[in-house]
Write a new protein. Structure first.
Lengths: 578, 286
């Protein structure tokens, strides 16, 4: 067995001014050359554990620390962070906050300069690490010109240049689109397999960890619940669900099949395993599982949002949208998807009049947005931004919800009644006197949604609501969107997390490079893998399994969810059902 | 480029090729001379030269326009205050008595409180001198800063014997401003998307709404700065000057020439002012 590169010996930790332990009695050994995945719900202690590797916890944050962490033979309490930085590289969640320099080469050089590496050696290392993360030739680019995935790879390169014994990555893909996330995982895998770099990665990306990690550690409430290879942990589906975690789609599919009575000796955790395992099952009888809509629903009346030949060119000459035409009717639930830079946000900013068309027209309920003010439109089209904190301005939840109403010259009684209605709709009555920023992120999002609902808009737009959220948080917000939809609102969600949307959206608009690639019901679009691939999107694993079944049987199965795939294999004649 | 990037010039010019040290010296000399000169014509000439140099260096006209617009109310207040109320100061500077000032405008004597108060040409000239000083000092900084890469700036400052910690804090501040600006814009946009019609609000009401920006802005700035601190420490940063640098900072012929030119300019300006009274405020423009 390879030697240990880092050890945690009965580590417990409490942040300053806190009475709760964030880490509890953690004992862990990381072996040289392994790829260790850290999984667990939000608040499990993953980030704190990551920061303990290089002494940031507790040296930077303070607090109470028990036990010992030893990395490359150094006790993290006895050596300064600047010394530990030579042995442990750390990549954080947000690519934006990690940039410290104004050129790619300076970004890589920064840690080396601090470690007094001679200039000639720095110059020699830069091209090598850039090649390792596939950013060759970008030495003189400004980091802000890079995409999110490239920025994360640059952060990895900056750490690699130091030649650390251990590379720790804390949710490195949670803020990235699928192509960026894929780039990061591919790079980390290459570093691990080809250069032997030891990797510790905290992530909610179950499909990728199942594919790449050698071992997983499951944390909950600061404690290690279990550890072992992905095939051991992800197959404990009930435990995962109990901890509000999401096992890979393929594992969930086979879990449902097992529950339905199929004999599944081992639950697969990777897509290839799943495809290999599902094909023999296709010999059993199966039925069409495409109960959902396959053609656009007929819509009468004037569209609520009407976009005609919309083109938008930014001041710097970038053509962000090209000849987009679409209609959205009252009561629809629309998913707008596509890679970063596809034009999704530019499109919805036209619905809010934050942008005006360079060419073409956008109408809201028949009125061109040019003829409306932003404030007038905001009362009809609500917008929930990715980061709710930028939308919070008041000191209590109640004041926050009533904030805009007070400036709209509304009668006091009307303000009170709308505020109460919104609070009730979002279940915020019990926290009405709390400071909104003292609430957990999910509840902060509810406060913002409640404040927007108080304006009684007909349309509510959610811009990347699931980015940076764990599975539980993402599901909670999406349940809210469904709740609003059921209450008659028109809901538009922008996201590239397709695996989350199967149970919610009815219609999907796929965008790529400023054009509309596809506009059709979700059941159709999710199975058009070529269209999705053209804008760097991957359908959920359940869809890919359904396609494998289709290929094996010749019968089209337009399933979207693990339950549907499992349901498609249940043989009606034997009476097995889910 | 994201709004997080520091506003730098795109154009390659003499200014972008110079080392940061002669540029620092240039900023210091021009600031001192602008401060010393009281003559509005000479001060105005200096301001105009710096403005033209900014344009030649590629500082965006939009930025200069914004600076001028921001200075406009300040300039108007200066003209009014100095024009009406700087009698004693002007007498002290020029030896002229208020009754010999050239009056551009006098309120009728019968008007209560302000009756007989007059706007003097000498006072306006003095205001123009302060405006020119302010404009010079405001524009010379982008001329030096926007034409220098932040990382190169740090090396230049360290070579100029400025402590590394101060150089780093300075460069970090420069990087932080665009971030704060972008965050402010995002928050204002979020307020507008709550249906707030700024265009129809009175100034007091608008100010009350704008004041709400402070809380989310401070919180996000604190969060960002803490994250930055974690990132810096993770990259072995401890503020120690004992470090190496990727880029070397070497003075070339053009840098020495600029040092010489501005050294001579400073010497001439000081001697001219002290010995011959060149640049002193006389109150006589025609």
């Amino acid at each position: 067995m390879p030697e240990a590169i880092a050890t945690f010996d009965k580590v417990s930790y409490m942040y300053p001014r806190s009475t709760a332990l964030v880490l509890r009695d953690i004992s862990l050994e990381i072996r040289k050359g392994e790829f260790l995945g850290l999984i667990g719900p939000s608040g499990a202690g993953k980030t704190t554990l990551c920061l303990a590797f290089n002494g940031i916890v507790p040296q930077f944050y303070g607090g109470r620390f028990f036990g010992a962490v030893n990395v490359a033979g150094l006790d993290t309490l006895e050596h300064p962070i600047s010394t530990l930085a030579r042995y442990v590289g750390i990549v954080l969640e947000n690519p934006e906050t990690q940039i410290t320099a104004t050129s790619v080469e300076n970004e890589i050089a920064f840690a080396l300069e601090n470690l007094k590496v001679p200039r000639d050696e720095i110059l020699a290392r830069i091209p090598r690490v850039l090649e390792a993360v596939r950013l060759e030739g970008m030495e003189h680019r400004h980091p802000q010109e890079l995409s999110g995935g490239q920025k994360q790879r640059l952060a990895i390169a900056a750490m690699l240049a130091v030649r650390p014994s251990l590379l720790v990555l804390d949710e490195p893909t949670s803020q990235l689109d699928p192509v960026g996330a894929h780039e990061v995982f591919r790079t980390v895998q290459e570093l691990n397999r080809e250069l032997g770099v030891t990797i510790v990665m905290a992530s909610h990306a179950a499909e990728e960890l199942a594919e790449y990690a050698d071992r997983l550690v499951l944390l909950n409430a600061g404690q290690i619940v279990d550890e072992g290879p992905p095939a051991k942990l992800y197959t404990q589906v009930e435990l995962m669900q109990q901890l509000h975690l999401r096992p890979p789609g393929v594992t969930r599919t086979f879990h449902y099949l097992r529950k339905a009575g199929f004999s599944i000796p081992e639950l697969p955790v990777t897509l290839n395993q799943g495809i290999a395992a599902i094909k023999p099952l296709a010999t059993a009888c199966h039925r069409q599982a495409s109960e959902g809509q396959l053609a656009p629903a007929p819509r009468d009346g004037r569209p609520l949002v009407s976009v005609t030949h919309l083109t938008h060119t930014y001041d710097d000459g970038t053509q962000a949208l090209r000849d987009i035409s679409l209609d959205i009717h009252r009561g629809e639930y629309v998913l707008i998807t596509g890679q970063n830079g596809a034009g999704k946000s530019t499109l919805v900013r036209h619905f809010l009049r934050l942008l005006l068309p360079t060419d073409g027209e956008v109408r809201i309920d028949g009125v061109p947005t040019r003829d409306l003010s932003i404030s007038a439109l905001a009362r009809r089209v609500g917008y929930v931004a990715q980061n709710p904190d930028n939308q919070i301005f008041n000191t209590t939840v109640e004041q926050e919800i009533a904030f805009a109403l007070r400036y709209l010259d509304m009668a006091t009684g009307e303000i009170r009644s709308r505020t109460e209605r919104s609070m009730a709709a979002m279940g915020l009555q019990d926290v009405r006197d709390r400071h909104p920023l003292s609430l957990p992120r999910g509840e902060r999002a509810r406060v913002v949604i409640a404040a927007i609902l108080a304006l009684e808009p007909e349309v509510v737009i959610f811009d990347e609501p699931t980015t940076g959220q764990d599975y539980q948080g993402a599901r909670a917000i999406l349940r809210l969107t469904k709740q609003l939809h059921n209450a008659g609102k028109t809901v538009i969600v922008i996201t590239h997390h397709l695996y989350l949307m199967a149970e919610y959206a009815e219609r999907v608009i796929v965008m790529g490079k400023g054009t509309l690639l596809r506009d059709a019901p979700i059941r159709v679009v999710f199975h058009e893998t070529d269209v999705l691939a053209s804008t760097y999107l991957t359908p959920p694993q359940a869809v890919q399994l359904a396609q494998a079944l289709t290929e094996a049987t010749g019968i089209p199965l337009l399933c979207l969810t693990p339950q549907e795939v499992a349901g498609a294999l249940v043989c009606d004649t034997t009476g097995r059902s889910l | 480029m994201s709004s997080m990037a520091l506003r730098t010039v795109d154009r390659d010019s003499l200014f972008t090729r110079l080392d940061f040290r002669p540029k620092l010296f240039m900023i210091a000399v021009i600031t001192v001379v602008a401060f010393v000169w009281e003559d509005p014509l000479m001060g105005g000439g200096l301001a105009l030269t710096v403005l033209l140099a900014c344009l030649a260096a590629g500082v965006r006209p939009g930025y200069i326009r914004t600076v001028l617009l921001l200075m406009l109310p300040f300039s108007l207040i200066l003209i009014l205050t100095q024009g009406f109320f700087s009698g004693a100061l002007l007498t002290n500077l020029t030896g002229l008595q208020p009754d010999s000032f050239h009056m551009l405008f006098v309120f009728p004597a019968a008007w209560p409180l302000i009756g007989s108060a007059g706007l003097s040409w000498e006072g306006v000239q003095y205001a123009l001198n302060i405006i020119a000083k302010s404009l010079t000092m405001t524009l010379v900084i982008p001329l030096g800063i926007f034409t220098t890469d932040v990382d190169t700036m740090i090396v230049g400052m360290v070579k100029a014997r400025i402590p590394y910690k101060i150089a780093f804090v300075f460069s970090s501040t420069l990087r932080f401003f665009p971030l704060l600006f972008a965050r402010t814009q995002a928050i204002i946009e979020a307020q507008r998307l709550r249906g707030l019609a700024f265009e129809t609000m009175g100034p007091v009401k608008r100010l009350r709404v704008y004041a709400r920006i402070v809380v989310p802005l401070i919180l996000s700035a604190l969060n960002e700065s803490q994250m930055l601190d974690v990132v810096l420490q993770s990259r072995a940063f401890d503020g120690s000057p004992d470090r190496t640098y990727l880029h070397d900072s070497r003075l070339m012929a053009a840098d020495y020439a600029l040092f010489g030119l501005f050294g001579l300019f400073l010497l001439t300006a000081i001697i001219g002012y002290v010995v011959f009274g060149v640049g002193k405020f006389t109150g006589v423009l025609w």
